[in-house]
Design a protein around this ligand. Structure first.
Ligand SMILES: [Zn+2]
Ligand SMILES: [Zn+2]
Length: 597
């Protein structure tokens, strides 16, 4: 999640400085804890996004969140004393002496000793007096003077295993938030509050969109009929857009023999993300973590000439990947998901225009779902890469040129590419300014080589094609989660399970409502009539809670005049509209698949 920045920072500083402030606050937290619990044992205290934490072993002392304000108060006092941070190099023997009552620190010292890493400590000084010392590589601020006392807050407690290993002791982690200014902290706290209200797991439950059945397997999504309907709408749009843009749609098996995964290399470099094999006859089969090897087999099913290229094959391919139970998170991190996958196979000459097309297509798809704020990242060649430097340069250049033509700002992640090729990542910003990773356009110099993919060029010679993997929404599950949180359930008209609600004032007008419903349904809109017993204002209220885009109340006046009183979602006003104009209004909100250049 991206942090919000205050518009006018009090002091303009680099990222490095806020890291130093956060890390120094973690030391002050530990110092404060030792003031209340002198026997507490210290784990580690690093910075994290938006703040810091420190792990403690409180032994027999039971602590709860009521300790946080007390600790905050002590930390504020410490900050006000303009404490200094001072670094020193120490020998292993010296360090062992300093931390003789700190078993976790002693363990770290032993480790560093084994790795022959030099040790440094940071002392926190009140004048000449040392009030705290930590085993630490730094860096730290020089003085607590630069910390704004009002710009940090101890956030919460959590259990955390020492070194993240469940075989180790469970420590108590205290989390803190820290920014330059109080304004930034307040903005962040507001963002957290707002994010909680938009949590896709809660909205998904309220709107009956999907569920997880933990007892029958965590991280596996059950799409309920309303969520299923939305998925169909997403998929239909996706398919039509792909067909319109020169893609072939393919379907491939969910499992494949071990030989396939050996050739692709997945059984070596991707093994830990794959599930155990199942035995069928005498062979071992694996459930697919990726669709690529299957698409390559389709390519290899016949001889290919340069005239056949480029090939663009897309599949809504359901894959299964192992994720640790602890990192699973609603729809955002699951064990089974459907990628909106595609592979582009082309000649080197076709590559630049293919890249440009696929980038524009990607932006078009994301915009169709209402995302308009993008950040683009270009990841370049890492140290350990395969493939010729010449090819890397060509590919990276083509990716960068395509981004430049899109006129969108981008950042270069130098050396951040996969070992088999450079890539573009597109993140979208949601209504709260949070970033969501969606599209990836990934070059691959590895698979064509491993599978010996060939085509015959103009001169009758065998050549290896270029191959590009791409997913635009990423996975349908994750993208759906992002949509829910972006819209807080108030989806665009074309995606809403129920688009229009008709409310007859009394039973007398029910037949009139059903007549209109039929007319709207003939236009393929999804319409409900609520002629239940409640008062009209109660029924309007219910429809509003359901975030229905259009609510229409029907009575005598409407029957006579033929004008419909339209209540639009989010607006208090009522406007009168003819049925014909209303149908037109609705039609205009359905995205039509376009051909993108
Ligand atoms: Zn430190
Ligand atoms: Zn792929």
């Amino acid at each position: 999640m991206k942090k919000t920045g205050s518009k006018k920072p009090r002091i303009s500083k680099s990222k490095n400085d806020i890291e130093k402030i956060r890390h120094s606050l973690s030391h002050l937290l530990a110092a404060a804890v030792l003031q209340i619990y002198p026997n507490a044992k210290l784990g580690i205290g690093p910075t994290i996004e938006n703040g810091f934490y420190y792990d403690f072993d409180f032994g027999k002392n039971k602590i709860d969140e009521s300790v946080l304000p007390k600790l905050e108060k002590i930390m504020k006092d410490l900050i006000g004393r303009n404490l200094k941070f001072k670094r020193a190099n120490v020998s292993y023997a010296q360090a062992k002496k300093i931390f003789k009552n700190q078993p976790y620190k002693l363990e770290l010292i032993e480790e560093f000793k084994k790795q022959k890493k030099p040790l440094t400590i940071y002392k926190t000084l009140d004048g000449q007096k040392e009030i705290f010392v930590d085993l630490c590589a730094g860096p730290h601020i020089n003085s607590t003077k630069v910390i704004d006392k009002e710009a940090f807050k101890l956030e919460k407690l959590a259990g955390a295993y020492w070194k993240g290993d469940e075989k180790n002791a469970m420590l108590t982690r205290i989390y803190g938030l820290a920014f330059y200014t109080k304004n930034e902290l307040d903005n962040y706290l507001r963002l957290i509050e707002e994010s909680k209200k938009r949590d896709h797991r809660i909205i998904g439950q309220q709107m009956d969109l999907f569920s997880f059945q933990e007892e029958f397997g965590p991280g596996l999504v059950y799409w309920h009929p309303k969520g299923g309907l939305m998925r169909v709408l997403m998929e239909n749009f996706w398919r039509e857009a792909h067909l319109k843009n020169g893609y072939g749609i393919v379907f491939t098996p969910h499992i494949g023999k071990s030989d396939l995964w050996k050739i692709s290399g997945h059984l070596s470099f991707y093994r830990e993300n794959m599930y155990s094999p199942m035995k069928i006859d005498e062979d071992e089969y694996y459930i697919k973590p990726m669709n690529c090897p299957f698409h390559i087999q389709i390519y290899k099913s016949r001889t290919r000439s340069y005239r056949d290229l480029p090939l663009r094959w897309a599949e809504l391919g359901t894959v299964y990947r192992y994720e640790k139970a602890g990192v699973l998170h609603g729809l955002l991190r699951v064990r089974g998901f459907t990628q909106d996958d595609a592979h582009l196979i082309c000649t080197p000459e076709q590559m630049p225009s293919e890249i440009k097309k696929v980038l524009n297509f990607s932006l078009y798809i994301l915009r169709s779902f209402g995302f308009n704020d993008f950040s683009i990242y270009l990841s370049t060649k890492p140290k350990d890469a395969i493939g010729a430097t010449k090819h890397w340069n060509e590919a990276t250049h083509a990716l960068e040129r395509a981004i430049q033509t899109s006129k969108l700002p981008y950042k270069i992640d130098k050396g951040g590419g996969a070992f088999y090729g450079p890539k573009i990542d597109i993140k979208v910003k949601d209504a709260l300014g949070r970033e969501w990773q969606c599209s990836t356009i990934q070059f691959d110099f590895n698979m064509p080589e491993k599978f010996q993919m060939k085509y015959t060029d103009k001169n009758g010679k065998q050549q290896q094609p270029y191959m590009i993997h791409r997913a635009l929404m990423g996975s349908l599950e994750r993208f759906f989660g992002a949509l829910i949180e972006n819209y807080a359930g108030a989806f665009p008209f074309w995606l809403m399970p129920t688009q229009i609600k008709l409310l007859p004032v009394t039973d007398k007008f029910s037949p009139f409502a059903y007549q209109i419903k039929e007319k709207l349904e003939n236009e393929n809109f999804r319409v409900d009539v609520d002629d239940s017993n409640g008062t009209i204002s109660k029924r309007i209220r219910n429809a509003e809670v359901e975030k229905i885009p259009y609510i229409i109340v029907l009575g005598q006046k409407e029957l006579e005049s033929g004008k419909l009183p339209l209540r639009e979602r989010g607006s208090k006003e009522i406007r009168f509209i003819s049925l014909k104009d209303f149908i037109e209004l609705c039609r205009n909100q359905i995205p039509k698949p376009q051909k993108i250049q």
